[in-house]
Design a protein around this ligand. Structure first.
Ligand code: AMP
Ligand code: MG
Length: 379
């Protein structure tokens, strides 16, 4: 069960036939199709095969055997007549109509042949894969290691979970939403806690994180303010910064760098900005590092159910709810799109991607990055 949700690191090759022998898909009578001629025929019932047993002998001309679902077909038989289609008295069975060869028979190897690659590496192991692995006798499989992701929240104003916010303080949100996103991406979070906006304190905590993790993610302190010290702290801790500021809303101040080949992401502090930049920049990197072949979320093109406007010069990632519309889904804004309004993420099924200075009228198509399954839920 530990394999569920993990990324497979080896091809799963079948060592057996599934099913191992031809068997019945119905309760009925095993027959030779050529013994049934169309007009009623009477066959002698010469045996009884229940699932979990083997037929006592082959079937000969003019004979039938009582058979149950999943039981192996006797040699010589090539079809099953369901019990509801016959008249039988225990000794003899009367069959009306011609029975086709192969009827209600599941042939040997119908599902899997020896040597078939039944699950490809780099796929995520779900419930069906777990079932198939068990069928093939795999009690253990090789999976990729989950990348370890250290998360550091910075800010003088943050009171961490379990402590009462002091005057002017706010609860630390981002550590927890980001840890959850890391887990959902198939990686392992390491919580580096909270540090104040103090260059030495941030630098020291970053060094811990870089020693312990494959990826480093920080929150806040990457804008242009006097107390935005994370970029400098990253450089002091030995990271090389490659990118700062992306023309997007929310999330503009995002920073990206590397430290000894390991990715380092400085995410903005507003809770929505942190989550959206994680989605767009960190998650694909984690999926790739986790060995998964699917890196991107699905993108759907759906009609806007109301006007969706993105004024300004940056590309917009607007939170939308997808609701069933005639013949499919349609997108509606979650409400106020402020980057501090985490409730807009709670309500969101996806992010509508809208070009700068663009207004999408109701009824026009919009591209939506799907963030979650569309299972109905109460919000
Ligand atoms: P900054 O990027 O440091 O300017 O932060 C932007 C906004 O996000 C400010 O209003 C911060 O108070 C807020 N913020 C920063 N870090 C967090 C956090 N961990 N949880 C919740 N809000 C935060
Ligand atoms: Mg700050």
């Amino acid at each position: 069960m530990a394999a569920l949700g993990r990324v497979l690191a080896e091809p799963i090759v079948s060592r057996s036939l599934i099913p191992p022998w031809a068997n019945s898909s119905m309760d009925g009578y095993a027959v030779r199709a050529r013994d049934t001629r169309g007009d009623p025929v009477e066959l002698a019932v010469v045996g009884r095969i229940i699932a979990g047993t083997l037929p006592s002998r082959p079937l000969r001309a003019g004979e039938a055997m009582r058979i149950f679902t999943g039981a192996p077909l006797p040699e010589g038989a090539d079809a099953v007549v369901p019990q509801e289609d016959v008249a039988a008295d225990g000794e003899r069975v009367t069959i009306t109509g011609r029975v086709a060869a192969g009827a209600f028979v599941r042939p040997a190897g119908e599902d899997v042949h020896v040597g078939d690659v039944v699950v490809q590496p780099s796929g995520v192991i779900g419930a069906a894969e777990v079932g198939l692995l068990a069928t093939l006798g795999y009690a253990q499989v090789r999976v990729f290691r989950r990348p370890r992701v250290a998360i550091l929240s910075t800010g003088n104003e943050l009171a961490d979970l379990g402590t009462e916010p002091g005057p002017g303080q706010i609860p630390n949100t981002n550590t927890y939403s980001l840890m959850a996103q890391v887990i959902e991406a198939g990686a392992e979070p390491i919580n580096l806690g909270v540090v104040p906006d103090h260059l030495e304190a941030i630098t020291e905590r970053l060094r811990w994180g870089l020693a312990a993790a494959d990826v480093l993610v920080t929150s806040a302190g990457v804008s242009v303010g006097e107390l935005d010290l994370v970029r400098e702290a990253l450089e002091r801790s030995g990271a090389e910064l490659h990118l700062w500021k992306v023309s997007m809303r929310p999330g503009k101040p995002i920073t990206f760098g590397t430290h000894a080949g390991r990715p380092v992401f400085g995410l903005p502090g507003n809770p929505v900005s942190a989550m959206v930049t994680f989605e767009l920049f960190v998650r694909p990197a984690l999926r790739r590092m986790a060995g998964a072949d699917s890196v991107d979320r699905p993108r759907l093109r759906v009609p806007a159910l109301e006007m969706i406007a993105n004024p300004g010069s940056r590309r917009g990632y607007l939170r939308v709810t997808l609701t069933p519309d005639t013949g499919g889904y349609g997108a509606r804004l979650t409400g106020d799109q402020g980057s501090a309004i985490l409730r807009s993420m709670v309500l969101a099924d996806g992010l509508a991607v809208v070009a700068p200075d663009t207004t999408i009228a109701a009824g026009e198509p919009v591209d939506v990055i799907l963030l979650r399954s569309l299972e109905p839920r109460s919000r």
